[in-house]
Ligand binder design. Structure first.
Ligand code: PBG
Length: 329
């Protein structure tokens, strides 16, 4: 690896001016590398700030064009939709997830009607925005029950596909759901709907602000450690990925992002499949609040995003994606 030695070899020579640094640069970012998450809220003419995430808002359906048009103009390939469901619509089994007039369904229909295939739509498959207990699945005797949950997730997937969702993203971490969802989609004529599996999703403290944004924070009983992964493990992530690929995932996600760059890298080395990173809400809030408090400057955003490319991510889900016109300059 090292071909030479000081003083003959001086690595600083390649760094002396901007033009030479650009010539030897190994990674770069473009808008095509990004997925923009969008929070949805009921009502009209609403653009409501998420207090724990400076610069991020919840949009009512009629306000969506504002952000979608910006995303299209910047050149972002896909948005990810997340609903803040009203508390009176939540119940123990997440019934609202199967309502064809729920926020996500209405948003899909509206975006597809206005923008056709100018931009892709990704939707989470999981019950947590809809359950009164805030968990991703059904509960029986204090356990999150796997196989029964999958049956609901299949119906949620079929409904979202029917509405026009392009990419289904199961984020629930139930065993075996990718295969079952793929099979049901194919049987119903949705062979072309893609599956992006949140395959390596860790039980993490970095999701706090997201749960605030979708309103599941106060309601979450206990933690998600019986289904999301233990952050002490990495081989287990490779097993999760291998299974999901076998079951039919088109792309896989690692989540959170920055504390898990090692996982992204080892997936990339072991599997030749598109790998995405989710720079989650807690990462976003830490960086944004530190910038706001002038603890670090805003170049930290670009640095944090390039890290994902360096580790091997094909794309990055980031709450900064709607401001790439200012970040990627
Ligand atoms: C739901 C889901 C979560 C996130 C995306 N989908 C939260 C969770 O699993 O508790 C987190 C995203 C973020 O923190 O930005 N299953």
């Amino acid at each position: 690896m090292i071909t030479g030695k000081y003083p003959g070899l001086r690595l600083r020579r390649n760094r002396k001016f901007s033009w030479t640094r650009r010539l030897v640069q190994e990674n770069s970012l473009s808008p095509s590398d990004f997925i923009l998450p969008i929070f949805l809220i009921d009502g009209i003419n609403k653009k409501e700030p998420v207090n724990t995430m400076p610069g991020v808002y919840r949009y009512s359906i009629n306000k969506l064009p504002q952000i979608i048009e910006k995303a299209i103009k910047i050149g972002i390939p896909m948005v990810a939709l997340f609903p803040k469901t009203k508390n009176n619509l939540k119940d123990a089994v997440g019934s609202e997830s199967l309502n064809e007039n729920n926020l996500v369904c209405k948003a899909i229909v509206e975006i597809k009607k206005r923008y056709k295939n100018q931009i892709g739509i990704m939707c989470d498959v999981a019950l947590d925005p809809y359950t009164s207990h805030g968990h991703d699945g059904l509960i029986k005797s204090k356990q999150i029950i796997n196989d029964e949950t999958i049956e609901v997730l299949i119906n949620q997937s079929l409904l979202q596909a029917q509405m026009g969702c392009d990419v289904l993203a199961p984020s629930d971490m139930m065993d075996g759901r990718i295969g079952k969802i793929r099979k049901s989609l194919d049987k119903s004529g949705f062979q072309n709907v893609q599956i992006l599996s949140y395959a390596a999703k860790y039980a993490s403290s970095f999701y706090g602000p997201f749960r605030d944004a979708v309103g599941s924070k106060g309601s979450l009983i206990g933690d998600k450690k019986t289904y999301q992964m233990d952050f002490k493990n990495s081989n287990e992530a490779l097993r999760e990925i291998a299974l999901d690929i076998k079951e039919g995932a088109d792309m896989v996600m690692v989540k959170p992002g920055m504390p898990y760059l090692d996982i992204i890298k080892s997936i990339k080395e072991n599997f030749k499949i598109p790998v995405f990173a989710y720079q989650v809400s807690g990462e976003y809030s830490l960086i944004s609040n530190a910038i706001k408090k002038k603890l670090i400057n805003d170049d930290a955003i670009y640095e944090s995003l390039v890290a994902f490319k360096r580790a091997g991510s094909n794309a990055i889900v980031s709450y900064y994606a709607d401001r790439l016109d200012k970040i990627l300059i």
